[in-house]
Design a binder for this molecule. Sequence first.
Ligand SMILES: CNc1ncnc2c1ncn2[C@@H]1O[C@H](COP(=O)(O)O)[C@@H](O)[C@H]1O
Ligand SMILES: [Zn+2]
Length: 386
Amino acid sequence: MDTDMERKVAPEEEMREWCVALPKVELHAHLNGSVRNSTLLELAKQLGDKGVIVFEDVKDVIMKDGRSLPECFKLFDLFHILTTDHDTVTRIAKEVVEDFAAENVVYLEIRTTPKNNEAKGMTKRSYMNAVIEGLKAVDAVDVVLFDSKSRTNDTLTCVPTIELDGDTKKKRIYVRLLLSIDRRETTSAALDTVNLALEMKDQGVIGIDLSGNPVVGEWETYLPALQHAKELGIPITIHCGEVANRKEIQAMLDFCPQRLGHVCCLNDVEWKKLKSLMIPVEICLTSNVMTGGAPSLELHHFADLYNAKHPLSLCTDDCGLFSTSLSNEYYLVAATFGLSKPELFHLAQEAVQFVFADENVKKSLKEVFKHAEKRLMMLSEIGMPN
Ligand SMILES: CNc1ncnc2c1ncn2[C@@H]1O[C@H](COP(=O)(O)O)[C@@H](O)[C@H]1O
Ligand SMILES: [Zn+2]
């Protein structure tokens, strides 16, 4: 029988563990799509007991495997019923950060749609305050939420604290917020969100996202708000090409945001244009395969972009909804496309370049990776690519 010292680990299992140990940067994660199933079930049970929903129906929906794109958006409406009060928003924000930190995400941009809900006395501002309260309530890890220019002592003296071999130091995770404009919103509501992002830039809000059901709404509706954000110097990321809307994909590429999410349904001309513009892409493998944006993992456009050395970063999109994790997304890349550990490390490290946070944070993150590289090399005697 194996002793602990001689523990034999299957290569697949060893690779999974290595992907967890790898420090990672998450740039595309929706708050309400990243909620733990156990929390959703608990919230559903409470609302079921109050007679607001039928628990058994909701339970089946939450636990179902595989979701089409239209089903996802039905589910989000349900999630929003479950999570829409200030205390619950605070709770899920706290848990989501804890979960990402637990798998060695060292920098997290979490995006969420600020919500008005008169019945709950909620404004977009109070919703965001509840999110921030959740981030501050995290105790298990050290959350760094502000830019060094707006607060002192937060980022300049970062000591990397990736724990791979039983150190007892607290882990550190940088967290920044992106405010999402939902495609159902009006121009004026979208402008409110951009103005809120400006107002909250000293509180960890560093960017704008355009998301929501891709078959709903018109590009022209959000353009004034996105233009406004651009003029204010607020970085922007856009969900692009989840469906084949030629006119919109063209307009999004012409707008040239700092980053794009998904880029699934681009035709040859659009694909060439994306590559020539070198806009960094947030790649969401599991999400795209589950919602039909990519035919399979093997045929996912990751391979084309990766081989072309296009700037990209692996992301989860909605780790709760799609039952994945960022470590799993790295594992899938290794298992599907045959990337080696040094290549995976390089991929994770490169994502630092595309974060919306300031240069001090980037510098600290580079240190984190430098430090981790030595440890990961010790862990599996790997060499890094030149
Ligand atoms: C699957 N692909 C996707 N495509 C487009 N938008 C998505 C999305 N996944 C999530 N969202 C957007 O994020 C919201 C949930 O988080 P928040 O309430 O903002 O925290 C959804 O309502 C949708 O607008
Ligand atoms: Zn998304």
